[in-house]
Write a protein that binds this ligand. Structure first.
Ligand code: ZN
Length: 73
């Protein structure tokens, strides 16, 4: 059974009703000039909002999708 909700509605993350924020905002981290997405409610860019963790890029997500529960890490 899939964990995806069948009626296509996820609380707070529905892409059709997602809130948009002011365009042109930049990361709050001093010295970081990364422009934030209008869909990013965080004040920090993806690099700085999770200290100590590597950014989750598409390759990481694909790896997580392909790795099953008992796979080697
Ligand atoms: Zn940043």
């Amino acid at each position: 059974m899939s964990s995806v909700v069948s009626h296509g509605y996820r609380i707070g993350t529905n892409p059709r009703t997602v809130k948009a924020f002011a365009a042109g905002r930049t990361c709050a981290e001093p010295g970081c000039r990364t422009t934030l997405s209008i869909y990013n409610s965080n004040d920090l860019c993806f690099v700085h909002k999770r200290p100590g963790r590597p950014p989750r890029n598409r390759a990481t997500r694909l790896a997580e999708h392909s790795v099953q529960g008992g796979a080697m890490r």
